[in-house]
Design a protein around this ligand. Sequence first.
Ligand code: G4P
Length: 528
Amino acid sequence: MKFIDEIGRRRTFGIISHPDAGKTTLTEKLLLFGGAIQEAGAVKSNKVKKGATSDFMEIERQRGISVATSVLAFEYKDIKINILDTPGHKDFAEDTFRTLTAVDSVIVVIDVAKGVEEQTEKLVSVCRMRNIPMIVFINKLDREGKDAFELLDEIEQKLGLTVTPLSFPIGMGYDFKGIYNIWEKNINLFSGDNRKNIEETIEISDLSSMDLNDIIGDTAADTLREELELVEGIYPKFEKEQYQNGDLQPVFFGSALNNFGVRELLDCFVSIAPPPKPKESDVRLVHPEEKDFTGFVFKIHANMDPKHRDRLAFIKIVSGTFERNVPYLHTRHNKKLKFSSPNAFFAEKKEIVDISYPGDIVGLHDTGNFKIGDTLTKGEVLHYKGIPSFSPEHFRYINNADPMKSKQLAKGIDQLMDEGVAQLFTLELNGRKVIGTVGALQYEVIQYRLEHEYGAKCTYENLNVFKACWVEAKDQDNDEFKDFKRVKSKFLAKDKQGQLVFLADSSFSLQMTQQKYPSIEFHFTSEF
Ligand code: G4P
């Protein structure tokens, strides 16, 4: 197959949702359709089990699972699909944000009864900022839930999306009869049998035909006609280009558990979702069709074996082909590296591959060369942008608990930060180190891993910080900036890249500081 056709047939996407909306179940059903797995239950959930949120052993167990589910690849109708795993647990939100830099589109799963939830809002807002094309899947139609129109309204209001339903439910919960597929103009009837893989579809080319009444009954047929008329009147017509630009979001209804509405979703997905897109670097826009390889690290996974501190760096290929044993330039280190065993991912296996194409993810064994956001190229010096750090929510001093092991501690902290487990800030005033995390869970993970992988011990000390703000001063020589640095010296730190960060201790003090120093900008992310 020609290089250009290989690119054209790749679809790399992520499924995002609030925990429990059905992401794992949907992923599994998609894999079943792709023939990548044979039975339900094969995909392990990567979520932290309920009630185990403070148990770091559980996190360790999950780390093992999430290596296997990081990338799930399969083929469907000659399309190579790569699903990138996004942790649902809020303490790992930053992992998910980073993974979103490597997807070309997403599917948002929403629980019909719960509607739009907190994590959905956060994740969708990141996708919206980046104009990532989104398809919405409303799940659990076999249960009682919100009225379809009410839910579509809620999605528009809370998520700021412009939706257009491409399928519509016939009844719900106890009365759920099936789905009218607006996209394909046919009806799927619900039998409530989750062992059935592919539902029978009935073609309904003319909605006014009495056949509809015969199939679903007079009342349901009349309601459906009215509702579809409303849909046509209210919602914009589906346009692929608008969807691909992130301006319009098609909506599907179904029940992942019962394998209902999933094939419709997948069929539509493969025909409308975009292949790999060009990506902006610090010097130019790079197109997938370019001959020379470029790619970037969006995730680093530490291995489970503490004796071999090797890690797997996940690279999204942006352009050209990635080949085994070819030297590539690590642009941050200005050093060529060769990889003898790059991994490609299939369903739940990984295998060594000779060649990979734009859109694909390769896993490279790494002994500490990579950090998140690093770029690899055939030789050109460029850096991909767009993997910012977000302000952590929790902050603690980290102290060395074993003076004999300070080197091990420093190395451990350094590598865990490169993996993106947490963020390190060094106070300007006294050089003390502060660890910032999204969730409290990470502190236990760090402590445990420092001890087991690096032989170092640490303790923490509370620190009252509300937000870390990256400081931008256009003129660093003016008196205002000098005054800011002097007055706030206790609250200033450097992040791992050496950028200046203001650790505001309350929202009030941040506000006051902003007012007092109007020429200085305070950002909640490291890229601005
Ligand atoms: P997540 O990855 O988004 O966190 O959700 P997951 O797929 O694990 O689904 C969360 C729960 O919702 C699971 O039940 C799952 O079986 C159920 N579920 C998913 N899709 C549907 C659906 O279409 N209809 C109904 N009724 N339930 C659905 P659980 O009891 O928490 O776990 P399990 O014991 O069934 O695995």
